[in-house]
Design a protein. Structure first.
Length: 474
C-alpha cells in the first residue's frame, strides 16, 4: 500500500472516530499527523509543524474572545431583544428576525454553534407560544447562522479565505459571502413557504409583548444531545438510542389542542425585561463595528485586531471579561488547527498532489466537481463542517490548478455544500435546536430534522454545482 493511500485512509479513520466517539477531531488529527509524519513520511517535528496554521489560530482565538466578552457583558442579550422588538406582534416576521439575528452574529465573528446556542432557545420558545412549526423555526435559525457564516471577518470566512490564500488559489471574499448568504436565504424562503409561513402571514399581528426575557423552561439549554465529532449521536428522548428514520417530515406545529387543531398560545403574562445600554455594552458594540471597519476598509488582520479590542475591553471592565478567556471556542481552535496540521503533513508527503491527480483522472471535470460537493455535504452532515472544508479545499487544489473549473465558484460550492447541511440532528447546530425546543415530542422532532437534513444533503450540492460551478467551466 502506497504512503499516500495510507495517509488518506488515516484521515478517513479520524473522521469515523470523531463521529462515533467523544474525541475532538483536531486532537485526533494532531495524533495522526505525528504518527503518519514520523512512521510513514519520515518527517521530523519541524516538518510536521510546518502546516500549523498560526494565522488562523490568532483569528479563531481573537474573534471568539471578543465575542465571548460581548456575551459576558450582556451585549448579545441587548442585540437579541432589540431584534425581537422589531417584530411588533407580527408573528410571520419572527422566523425572519431570528434568521437575520443569527446571520448578523456569525457575520461579525460568532462561531456558528455559539450563535445558534444564543438564539435557538428564544426562537423555539416563540414557536411554542405562537404555534409555529419547530422545524420551521429551527431551520431558520441554523440557515441564518450559515447565511452570515462566510463574511470576511467570520470564522468560516477567515478559515476558507486563509486556505485559499495559502494554496495560491484565486479567491473572492465578497463572492463567497454572497453565495452562502443567497443559498441560505433561498432555502429559508422555501422552508418558510412549505412549513407554515403562509398561515403565519394570514394570522397577522397579535396583541401583547412579543419579547421574551429568556429561554423557556425545560429547553435543556446546557448541553446539546449530540455534537459533530464529539458526543456521538443524539438521543431524541433523552435516554435511549437514536430514533429510527423512515417517516416523512411532519410539519404540524408542536402546540396543539385536544382536537388536534393548531392552538395559538398567548404570550406569557410576566413582563419582559429589556437590557439597557450600559457603557460596557456601548463600548462592545463600538468594538464590533470597529472590527468590521478595520478589516474591510483598512485591510487589517482580523485576529490581531479582535484580540486588541478584546484586551482593551478586558482592561476597562475586568469583571465582565473575567470568564471570557474560558469561553473562547477552544474546541474549534483545536479542531481546525489539528486538521490543517494533518493536511500540511499530507502536502509535505505529496498526498495532496496524488489525490488531486486522481480526481483529475476521472476525465470529466464537472463530474469530479459534483462528487467533491457531495463528499463535503455527506461527511459534514455527520462530522465537522470546518474540518471537512479544511481537508477538501487543499485536496481539490491540483484539480483546480488545471483551469478547467473556475476556482472561485468551486470553492464557494464546496463551502456551501459543507455547511448548509448543519441542520442535521447529528451536527452541533441541529443538536442545539433539538435540545432547545420546549413542549415538543423530541423523537418526532428528531425524525423531522433528520429527514430534512437528508433532503438538504441530496438536493443542495447538485444545485450549487449547477449554479456556481457549471457556468465557470473552461
Amino acid at each position: 500500500m502506497s504512503p499516500e493511500l495510507i495517509s488518506i485512509l488515516v484521515l478517513v479513520v479520524v473522521f469515523v472516530i470523531a463521529t462515533t466517539r467523544s474525541v475532538n477531531m483536531g486532537a485526533l488529527a494532531f495524533a495522526a499527523a505525528f504518527a503518519v509524519g514520523e512512521l510513514v513520511a519520515d518527517l521530523d517535528a519541524d516538518g510536521i509543524f510546518a502546516g500549523f496554521p498560526g494565522d488562523l489560530f490568532v483569528v479563531l482565538v481573537g474573534v471568539t474572545y471578543l465575542f465571548a466578552i460581548a456575551r459576558a457583558n450582556g451585549t448579545t442579550d441587548w442585540l437579541v431583544h432589540a431584534a425581537i422588538r422589531l417584530v411588533r406582534g407580527r408573528v410571520a416576521l419572527i422566523p425572519w428576525v431570528m434568521f437575520a439575528l443569527t446571520a448578523a452574529l456569525t457575520a461579525i465573528g460568532a462561531v456558528s454553534p455559539a450563535a445558534v446556542a444564543i438564539v435557538a432557545p428564544i426562537a423555539l420558545s416563540f414557536a411554542a407560544r405562537y404555534g409555529i412549526s419547530p422545524l420551521l423555526m429551527g431551520a431558520m435559525v441554523v440557515h441564518g447562522a450559515q447565511g452570515g457564516g462566510f463574511s470576511p471577518i467570520s470564522i468560516y470566512g477567515t478559515i476558507v479565505n486563509g486556505i485559499v490564500e495559502r494554496e495560491n488559489l484565486p479567491g473572492n471574499e465578497v463572492f463567497l459571502f454572497l453565495a452562502s448568504l443567497t443559498a441560505n436565504v433561498v432555502i429559508a424562503a422555501v422552508v418558510f413557504l412549505l412549513f407554515g409561513g403562509r398561515k403565519l402571514w394570514a394570522m397577522g399581528a397579535v396583541e401583547g409583548d412579543a419579547a421574551v426575557a429568556g429561554s423557556a423552561p425545560g429547553t435543556g439549554g446546557g448541553k446539546a444531545p449530540g455534537t459533530k465529532g464529539g458526543a456521538g449521536r443524539p438521543s431524541p428522548a433523552g435516554g435511549g438510542g437514536p430514533s429510527p428514520a423512515g417517516s416523512a417530515i411532519d410539519t404540524a406545529p408542536a402546540a396543539t389542542g385536544t382536537t388536534g387543531t393548531t392552538t395559538v398560545v398567548p404570550p406569557a403574562a410576566e413582563p419582559a425585561t429589556t437590557p439597557l445600554l450600559t457603557p460596557a455594552r456601548i463600548a462592545t458594540l463600538t468594538s464590533l463595528v470597529a472590527l468590521v471597519i478595520a478589516v474591510l476598509v483598512f485591510d487589517l488582520d482580523a485576529g490581531l485586531t479582535a484580540i486588541t479590542l478584546a484586551v482593551v475591553l478586558s482592561t476597562v471592565w475586568p469583571a465582565d471579561s473575567r470568564k471570557a478567556v474560558g469561553e473562547i471556542a477552544w474546541s474549534t481552535v483545536l479542531l481546525i488547527c489539528g486538521v490543517l496540521t494533518y493536511v500540511g503533513v499530507l502536502d509535505e508527503m505529496g498526498t495532496i498532489t496524488w489525490a488531486g491527480e486522481g480526481v483529475s483522472g476521472i476525465g470529466v471535470p464537472l463530474l469530479a466537481a459534483v462528487l467533491l460537493c457531495y463528499i463535503g455535504a455527506i461527511v459534514s452532515a455527520f462530522a465537522s463542517s470546518v474540518g471537512i472544508m479544511g481537508a477538501l479545499i487543499p485536496l481539490a487544489v491540483p484539480f483546480l490548478a488545471q483551469g478547467e473549473i473556475g476556482a472561485v465558484g468551486m470553492i464557494a460550492a464546496l463551502a456551501v455544500s459543507a455547511t448548509v447541511v448543519d441542520v442535521s440532528p447529528f451536527s452541533t447546530n441541529g443538536a442545539l435546536v433539538l435540545a432547545a425546543a420546549p413542549d415538543v415530542d423530541r423523537e418526532r422532532f428528531f425524525r423531522q430534522l433528520m429527514v430534512y437534513g437528508g433532503i438538504v444533503v441530496a438536493v443542495v450540492p447538485a444545485v450549487v454545482w449547477l449554479v456556481l460551478v457549471v457556468p465557470g467551466i473552461g
